[in-house]
Write a protein that binds this ligand. Structure first.
Ligand code: SAM
Length: 360
């Protein structure tokens, strides 16, 4: 396996990576989701809002689902929408994987870092991590270049079109990085870095900080490292669990993550806060961005999030959106715990807290 530097001629411009068959398949999914899918979703929303069944707030999501679901499931538009959404999610990654494999000779050199990422897991992977999140066949490492496939194919060809409004789909990550409590950090740890979407924004926001980024997925980490190398950034990547990083006590002044916590059950979230507390110097901060709490969202948005999580293989989303994350932070020893919406009514919801100074 070889790696080579990008030349201006082989930048990752959409159109150069995917063959015509792959483009046609992914574009079909985009048109299904944006055209008919958006119209059907609008019709379902209208039906729910017109029903008069939505409560003021979504404090009891099970009761909300039990009230609203029977109203929509009788509608053929809803059933078609649910089936087509599920189908489009199920086929997206396999189509990306097949498109990669058809051009493996050309793409593998663009996907591979200069050296493998060091493994600090000791061979122990949490059981929940192996789940096929987001209907990704085989889970996060279901293909040796799943990171590249996610980042350059699924994100660039699908998600930027569906969610990106033609702009930078990762811009919110930069805005979130900017909301960390201090203006400068020396040592940042990014937990669950994936392909580095947030990590690279942290590097932009805190150019003088040393950054360590970790994840459990070999394929996501490999491509994160490659992206950092291409950007000329000296970021340390390591394969490790967020709840057992193997990093030194009191070695960081910011421990942060973006959309990691809803990928894990609450007992693991508690371990992540405990690990962050261990890693931080006194006075250091955690700054975690994740899904909005149902209780602070409109009842329709909470219903829609919960429905989407169910139909998109997000087994822990509901728990993350209903668990008292602030209490978990306080139980771990943090003070000044603050939860806030980065954008009113939207995702992500931030949790920021401080490790107290040692009292003499
Ligand atoms: C939704 S992605 C988020 C990636 C990235 N932070 C971003 O900004 O898009 C979640 C990542 O968390 C990783 N992950 C899940 N559980 C983990 C754990 N216990 N320890 C480390 N990484 C984990 C997954 O492998 C995946 O790459």
């Amino acid at each position: 396996m070889t790696t080579h530097q990008l030349s201006p001629a082989d930048t990752r411009t959409p159109g150069q990576l995917i063959d015509q068959r792959g483009r046609a398949e992914l574009e079909f999914v985009v048109s299904l989701r944006m055209g008919m899918g958006a119209a059907l979703r609008g019709r379902v929303r209208h039906r729910i809002e017109e029903s008069g069944l939505l409560p003021e707030s979504a404090t009891d999501i099970e009761a909300l689902r039990a009230t609203v679901d029977p109203v929509v499931t009788v509608d053929p538009a809803y059933r078609f929408h649910a089936a087509s959404l599920r189908w489009s999610r199920e086929i997206s990654t396999p189509r990306g994987v097949e498109a990669f494999d058809r051009r493996r000779d050309r793409l593998e050199p663009l996907a591979t870092p200069s050296a493998p990422v060091a493994d600090h897991t000791g061979g122990e992977l949490p059981r929940y991590w192996g789940y096929e999140f987001h209907t990704t066949e085989g889970g996060w490492d279901g293909h040796d270049h799943m990171g590249f496939v996610h980042h350059e194919m699924v994100y660039q060809y699908l998600l930027t079109k569906i969610y990106g409004n033609g702009g930078d789909i990762f811009a919110l990550r930069r805005a979130f990085a900017d909301r960390a409590p201090e203006d400068h950090y020396d040592q940042i740890v990014d937990l669950g870095c994936g392909t580095g979407q947030y990590t690279l924004k942290l590097a932009e926001a805190y150019p003088r900080a040393r950054i360590t980024a970790l994840d459990l997925s070999v394929s996501e980490l490999s491509y994160a490292k490659r992206r950092a190398e291409d950007a000329g950034l000296a970021i340390e990547f390591r394969r490790a669990a967020a709840e057992a990083t193997g990093l030194d006590d009191e070695s960081a002044d910011l421990v942060t993550s973006y959309i990691l916590l809803h990928e894990m059950p609450p007992h693991a979230i508690a371990k992540v806060f405990a690990e962050a507390f261990r890693l931080l110097r006194p006075g250091g901060h955690v700054h975690f961005g994740d899904v909005g709490a149902y209780a602070t969202r409109s009842a329709y948005d909470a219903w829609n999030d919960d429905w989407d999580a169910e139909h998109g293989n997000e087994p822990w989303w509901r728990l993350a959106a209903t668990t008292d994350i602030a209490e978990i932070a306080r139980d771990a020893g943090f003070v000044d715990v603050e939860r806030y919406e980065l954008l009113p009514g939207g995702h992500p919801m931030g949790t920021t807290a401080r490790k107290p100074e040692v009292s003499s």
